[in-house]
Design a protein. Structure first.
Length: 375
């Protein structure tokens, strides 16, 4: 039975289905018009139903950030999964178990010793993984620098290995989140693509076959001019977007699909503050676009219909969220028990705090979708 936003428990996640569908369509269009495959990163939502919307019309390939996600999605019919965090030996046996359940589980490394150990383990387990080499296109988080010796040695080793296959090269332009303008995002997007296309050409020139060149973040894939030479894209956050992406210019605020429903638990006219039941555990403490908007706090405060009240979630403790109302307008209107919605700074981090989504369509909660958390 459908329920209203006044009937469900707080704090909880509200997912606007219409926006999820249009965000999915937007990136499908980028993939279709550039003739690339789409392998969305499902770490943003960790939800089977959302992944089905994202992959509908494509081959069902997905990217995950934990082996728990890989296991859960494999159990729900997803059979081509890239685990896009560098593998380490402590996870070989779990990865093998998932592979043996009938899933094409693709792995990632930037470490020659690990590639060698994986080749050996795959030989023993009978699990011929496809393995990507992670290239650092400027984020400097993980990956090998494209002009380093290792950017050739590791692909060569995997290509020649007996028990694993070279899947290709993969990068993620995480530094697109540090951009201050859309022009800067566009420059990072071109660089992400060009570095990878050039590196693939270099490897091919040395006789190393490169089956797949894989790139993609939400800011870069929303602003890329063309994808010549790229085989697949892996954006993730775009399916929900959030306060960070809208402030950065990847989308508009009307595209953001995820909010946290919360209730007022205290009001204090003297100190001009409203306290809600969405604290750090319900929101995450991600500072989001603080570099672009120093007043962003921990999220934008919306009314029940989703309109921006102009207030921000200014501080958080575990179960309390404090909103400061400078002009008293809302403070006078609200009472304990009234409800507000918070547009989070970083939807991936916020979603990962919860067990399920309340799916909103035409102003009513029409469904409950599970979130598959864990490692
Ligand atoms: C390896 C990898 N691929 C793809 C993504 C998706 O990026 P975004 O959430 O910016 O779309 C991420 C995000 O962290 C990632 O780490």
């Amino acid at each position: 039975m459908n329920r209203s936003l006044k009937e469900i428990k707080t704090p909880s996640l509200i997912l606007e289905l219409g926006r999820v569908r249009s965000n999915a369509a937007r990136i499908k269009n980028v993939a279709h018009s550039n003739k690339t495959r789409l392998r969305p990163h499902i770490k943003t939502h960790k939800c089977i139903q959302v992944a089905r919307i994202q992959t509908e019309g494509f081959d069902g390939a997905i990217t995950v950030s934990t082996l728990a996600e890989a296991r859960a999605f494999a159990a729900n019919g997803f059979s081509d999964i890239t685990y896009a965090v560098p593998i380490e030996p402590g996870k070989f046996s779990t990865a093998s178990e998932i592979f043996r359940s009938g899933v094409k589980l693709n792995l990632l490394t930037d470490d020659l010793a690990t590639a060698k150990a994986l080749d050996e383990a795959a030989g023993t387990a009978g699990t011929p993984f496809d393995v990507f080499v992670k290239i650092d296109c400027g984020t400097h988080r993980v990956g090998v620098e494209p002009d380093s010796e290792m950017a050739i040695m590791i692909p060569r080793f995997i290509s020649d290995a007996k028990n694993i296959n070279f899947a290709g090269i993969l990068t993620h332009a995480g530094h697109s989140y540090d951009a201050k303008t859309v022009e800067e995002i566009k420059a990072v997007a071109r660089h992400e693509r060009d570095v990878m296309v050039e590196h693939a050409a270099k490897l091919r020139g040395m006789g190393i076959e490169v089956p797949t060149v894989s790139i993609g973040s939400t800011p870069t894939m929303n602003h890329i001019d063309h994808l010549e030479g790229i085989d697949e894209i892996r954006p993730g956050n775009y399916i929900f977007f959030d306060n960070f992406q809208a402030t950065l210019g990847s989308c508009s605020f009307e595209d953001t699909a995820l909010t946290v429903l919360s209730a007022v638990i205290h009001r204090d006219i003297t100190h001009r503050k409203i306290v809600i039941d969405a604290g750090g555990i319900a929101m995450s403490k991600d500072r989001g676009p603080v570099g672009l908007d120093p007043t962003c706090g921990y999220g934008r405060v919306l009314d029940l219909e989703g309109n921006d009240t102009g207030m921000r979630l200014t501080s958080l403790s575990q179960e309390h969220g404090v909103i400061t109302d400078e002009d008293d307008g809302w403070l006078n209107k609200l009472k304990v028990g009234d409800r507000l919605r918070i547009l989070a700074n970083h939807s991936c981090m916020t979603a990962a705090q919860h067990t399920h989504y309340n799916v909103l369509e035409n102003g009513e909660i029409v469904d409950r979708w599970e979130i598959h958390r864990g490692w």
